[in-house]
Design a binder for this molecule. Sequence first.
Ligand code: SF4
Length: 280
Amino acid sequence: MSEYVSPKPPWLRIKISNGTLAANVRRAVKQQGLNTICESGLCPNRAECAGCGTATVMICGNICTRACRFCNVPHGKPLPLDEKEPQHVVSTVRTLGLKHVVLTSVDRDDLPDFGAAHWAETIRAVKEHATVEGLIPDFQGRTDFLDIVIAAGADVLSHNLETVERLTPQIRTKATYKTSAEVLKYISGSGVTAKSGIMLGLGETEDEIKQTMDDLLSAGCHIITVGQYLQPSLNNIPVREYVHPDKFEEYRLLALQKGFLHAESGPFVRSSYHAEKHIL
Ligand code: SF4
């Protein structure tokens, strides 16, 4: 297999219509001065998610203190938190009549509590109107900050491992596989549903994927998403492999066989895909 792969295969070269509902989400989010990873990540599932009354909103600004090599989010010195952001998210939820919201965020290693209090306030505010999944950063493994977020009462708390242990140092900055697994263990230990996601196509082996599934289950994580890494820009790490949809299906069945309660696996699967179905 050559170092870097050829153009996208046929199953990834499909025309994706986003439709009116996704356009409504885009407009409403923009009006509230918010960001959605759906738009910045050009997510192929926007229409489907919007059709299910689900959207993903990014909080804590749009500048990250980290620079993971797969991620297209701007990084550098973030702006101060917008104290009105929780209310802006609520307005978006109400405007769109969302039933389920996935909150995600950049990492705010610049803040004394890494953004934990802002996260908790936003979860509490949104929970009045919709069910909530918090796709949280690692808060550098600080359990005092995780406690603040957990106490806010999200229906699901997810934290992505993103890739297998061997590749983590190359792909993610500052985060470690061990800390992320400990964060998931802490979440599930507190009685909240824990979920995680990985991308394929970065050079991982099949055995490493199976090991990652086992590590997630031993951390008490019972929901997994498995998707294809796509290079967002030439500044990001290139794709090493386009995994065939049949292989994704094999991994989905394997994950369920291993004991996951929900497994979303496919070339276009992203962390929030079918998130509204992951409330146990
Ligand atoms: S921490 Fe998250 S938002 Fe920041 S660069 Fe990494 S993946 Fe992107």
